[in-house]
Structures are given as C-alpha cells and as structure tokens.
Design a protein around this ligand. Structure first.
Ligand code: AHR
Length: 552
C-alpha cells in the first residue's frame, strides 16, 4: 500500500497531468488526512451498462397494487392507472430496465390471466398469500390481475425503461413461454395473440428483449438440481420465436457462494452441446444482506436485524455483508470462465439489497416492506460502486425492490408518496450510466469496531469513477459512523476546470424519510472552488458523495 508521503511525492511528480483543488467543504467533528483517492483517466475498465441501474417490481405485498398501480379511476394522480409521482421520479433517475412479475411470484403466474379486457380478468390467489396477513386493508392475498403485461410494458414506456419479464418455468410448459413472447413481440396482425394485444389497444409489438427463464430454480422456482434446471432451461430456450429481434435470456443462478450451482448448470449446458451456451445472455445472481446475528445463527428468521433499531455494530455488519457481493461477482465470473472462455455470458444481479425482519412498514400489513434509512443509502451506493468497478462482468442489476418492499427507492400508500434515501442515491448515481468506468485506487485506513468482544474491521472510503467525454463523476462512500475523512484526490491524466459535490448524509445514522417528513435525508449540492494547490475533500461521516468534475 502506498504511504502518505510517497503519495504526495507521486502527485507532485505528475504535475502537468494532475489536477488539484482544495475544498474544506463541510464542517466536520473530527478528521484525518490518511485517505487518498486516485482516478486513472488513462485506465478505462469498460462502459457501464445503464442496466446496472435497473429495478425489480414483483407482484408481492404493496409493490404493484398501491405502489405502482392505483387504477385509471383513482383520485390519486395517475397516468393510465399508474401512479404519477412514481413515473415522475423514475424519469428523473433514468430508470433503464424493470424486472416483473417476480421473484418467486413469476413461477406461479399465468400471463394469460393478465391480458384481455381488464373486467374479464380472473382473480387468483397470490403466490405470497401464505405470508399475507389475513385481514386488514393492506392485504394482497388475492390478485385482481389488473396490472398485467400491457400495463407493465406501458409503465416501462412511460418511464423510458426496457421491460425484463421473468417467465414461469416451474408451473407452465415451455410452449406458454413461446406464446408469451409471441403475445409481446409478434408483428401487428400476424397472429391471434397479436390480435388479442391489438384488441386491448396495443397493435404494435412490445419488442421485449430481456426474458428470465425461471427464478431461483434451486428453491421456490422448482427445487431443481443444477443439471435438472439446465435441462429445463434448454427446453425453454431451444426455439423461442424471435420476430427478427435479439432475445436476451437470463438463466436462474445462485444466491450466494454456491459455486456448484454455477458449475453444475454450465457443465450440463456444455454437455448438451457448446452451441447451447450461446442461448444464454446472462446468469442471474441474487444477493441479500440479512444476517446481523454476528455469527450466532444462520437461521433466516432469527438472523435478521431491524431496519430502524440498530447500533453502530449493526451498521458495520450490514455493510460488511453487502461488501461480500464483490467476491461473489468475482467468484462466479471465474467459474463461468471455465466453461465460457470468451465470457459471452454476463452476470445479471437481478435481486440485491438488505433484508430486515418485519416491523418497519410504512403501511401496516405490506409484507416485506421496510423503511430504508441512511444506512441503506450507504449500502446501496457501495453496491452500485462495486458494479461500476466490474463493467465487463455485469450485464444488468436490479435493486430489490422498487417500491413498498425491501430496499425500496419509494414508499407509497393511497395518496402518500416519498422518496427514500435509496431513491436519492439512484438519482445521484444515474450519471454513471453509459459512462466509461475508470480505475480508481482508494487508500483509506480500515474502520475498526468491537464485534462482541472481538475486533472487526471494515474498509474505509470506497467508490468508483466514470467519464462521459469531458465530464467525470467520482462517487465515494464514507461508511464511518462518526468520523469525517479528509482525503486527497488525484485525477491522473487530466486537468480539472470545475468541480461540484453532492452529498447525502445526516447526523443521525437512523435518519429516513416518511410520508409525514419527506425531506429528512436529501442530497445537497455545492460548487467546489478549484485551485491548483492541494486536492483535498472532507467526506462527512456516514455519507455518500458524488463529485462532478469538468475536465480540461
Ligand atoms: O425479493 C423477494 C424474494 O426474494 C423474491 O421473490 C425471490 O426471488 C427472492 O428469494
């Protein structure tokens, strides 16, 4: 690791190429200057796919009904039945892609229930009914099917996103998958299903490119072994109608460090013939940070922590769990390379986020809903930075889930709506989309904390950088709950004309937004005076910072 002195020497050697500016931007309770960030403009890592900033909306709890769909006749402001506040916000964050209808729900869903005249659509039992409260206004036990394929694709169109549909592999035959593709993509007037689409107002094909072939097929998606699932995948992927467009099929992948799933699946695919690999666009990876038991248990229910009531150790433990995703990306990528040497298949991290125990719901009875705090904003920023650092490996990522659920960007109930701290992070980070990722070197002292009598550590400052033409974005997370970090910043290979910083933080690490107090945690932007002297910035404790730099 470079020492502070060596760093200073290096920076002064690079004079012509080095920008320096000074900013003592935020008053800080305590600081140290042991941290350094270098952005290497001449070391591009690859283009950051906009789809790394994707979303996930499952027909579960209050996500679809109440969250997204309020109905065309609702007094809640809406566009064609879809909540207008949500549409406005999703346009702001440049939402690139939305996954629907699940999750586990997907493998119980018959897409035909959600098409045709809305008044004729059947009511069904929702996959999640077993965990739904049996009474109360927020019960979503039964599915009215008012938000189906048309409404989902229309929602995507309104927010300028791409639809990503997860198909049912567990309880419908492969032919129904073909028919769903046909319903979505067959040309106007060409088939009976195209006519059905047209009869409800959508003559033109939807052009859905992204299709998930099952979900968590080792679990709720059918309890398959990896080779069994590979055989099912091949059956589904063998001859899907294309209508002249490329389809990107996503195979169900692991949700942890189960390298055997990745290996077993690809081994079997390859055994069926090398050509079969070509049918796979991506391998899904799910990762939830949930175990805050500090090593006491691996029990799914007992191990979870609380979204709002947590101490300093819980803060770091959650972030430590979140950090693991980087090793999963690297590990599964390596295994994938054993079978797919050219790395054509990408990782699709189509579910990620923290998962807490019930109890913090903004709307009582909304299953899996939790209140995102500043901790979740820091977690989310750290995760997005990790994705940015692996642009060649990740084809898509979808935060779980968009609204009224786990790591939600938004909370809504009836005519109440608010943006969570996680939503603000997505808006801050949107500019990374399609940027050229740049190698960054963060040298920052580790954070030490007491984990039930034993010392534990967590990384100091971390982040990522990208550039579009002359505009560079550097995003940085300071996970320390009480110490601001003064850091030297060196942009190697360019000079800087202007700089500004947008910071999301709060003096209370539990801070969060509610329907009553919607702006407790909001980002603040200030211009940073650029000088040719030193390059320092004080990153407040428990913060997410975006620096926008115009390069000369
Ligand atoms: O996001 C909630 C659930 O978590 C999804 O339905 C499932 O895929 C995962 O286990």
């Amino acid at each position: 690791m470079t020492g502070r002195r060596e760093f200073l020497r290096n920076t002064s050697l690079g004079v012509g190429a080095m920008l320096t500016w000074k900013c003592l931007f935020f008053a800080a309770p305590s600081t140290n200057t042991e941290s350094r960030i270098e952005v290497l403009v001449d070391e591009p890592l690859g283009v950051i796919s906009p789809n790394l900033y994707g979303h996930f909306a499952e027909n579960l709890g209050g996500v679809i009904y109440d969250g997204i769909w309020v109905g065309k006749n609702s007094s809640i402001p809406n566009i064609d039945g879809i909540r207008k506040d949500l549409i406005d916000q999703m346009r702001r964050i440049k939402a690139p892609v939305v996954r629907f209808p699940g999750g586990c729900f997907a493998d119980s869903y018959d897409w035909r229930d959600g098409v045709g005249p809305s008044e004729k659509r059947p009511r069904r039992t929702n996959f999640w009914e077993g965990v739904e409260p049996k009474d109360g206004a927020a019960s979503h036990q039964y599915d009215p099917n008012q938000f189906g394929t048309n409404e989902f694709v229309h929602f995507c169109k309104l927010i300028d996103s791409q639809p990503y549909i997860a198909a049912n592999l567990r309880s419908l035959p492969a032919q129904e998958f073909d028919h769903w593709v046909e319903y979505c993509n067959s040309p106007a007037g060409s088939t009976t299903l195209a006519d059905l689409r047209a009869s409800t107002g959508y003559p033109e094909p939807f052009g859905v490119r992204y299709w998930g072939v099952g979900n968590e097929s080792w679990g709720c998606g059918g309890n398959f072994t990896a080779p069994e699932y590979a055989a099912e995948f091949c059956r589904f992927a063998a001859w899907v109608p294309r209508y002249g467009m490329e389809l990107s099929l996503v195979a169900s992948g692991p949700n942890d460090d189960n390298w055997d799933w990745t290996r077993g699946f690809l081994e079997e695919i390859l055994r069926k013939g090398p050509g079969r690999l070509r049918s796979i666009y991506g391998l899904a990876l799910h990762y939830y940070a949930w175990n805050l038991s500090r090593g006491r248990t691996r029990d799914w229910n007992e191990g979870k922590g609380d979204a709002l009531k947590f101490d300093a150790v819980d803060w770091y433990e959650l972030l430590r769990q979140g950090e693991v995703i980087e090793s999963l990306i690297e590990g599964h990528w390596q295994v994938m390379g054993e079978f797919d040497r050219e790395h054509r298949i990408k990782l699709v991290v189509d579910e990620w986020g923290p998962w807490y125990r019930p109890g913090s719901e903004a709307t009582a009875g909304n299953i899996l809903e939790q209140a995102p705090t500043l901790r979740d904003a820091v977690f989310s920023a750290m995760t997005l930075d990790i994705f940015n650092r692996h642009p060649e490996k990740i084809g898509m990522a979808n935060c779980a889930q968009l609204i009224n659920c786990l790591n939600s960007l938004y909370l809504a109930h009836e005519d109440n709506f608010c943006v969570t701290p996680v939503g603000h992070v997505f808006e801050m980070y949107a500019v990374h989309q399609s940027g050229q990722a740049l190698r960054t070197i963060f040298s920052s002292p580790q954070i030490r904390y007491d984990r039930d009598g034993k010392q534990a550590t967590f990384s100091g400052l971390s982040g990522s950088a990208s550039v579009h033409d002359k505009e560079m974005t550097l995003t940085v997370v300071n996970p320390h709950i009480s110490e601001a970090k003064e850091s030297e910043i060196a942009i190697r290979g360019a000079t800087v004309r202007t700089a500004s910083a947008t910071v999301l933080t709060h003096s209370d690490i539990h801070a969060h937004n509610t329907f009553a107090q919607r702006e407790v945690v909001v980002p603040k932007t200030q211009t940073v005076a650029a000088q040719r002297a030193t390059a320092t910035f004080i990153f407040p404790a428990a913060s997410v910072t975006k620096m926008t730099l115009t390069l000369g």
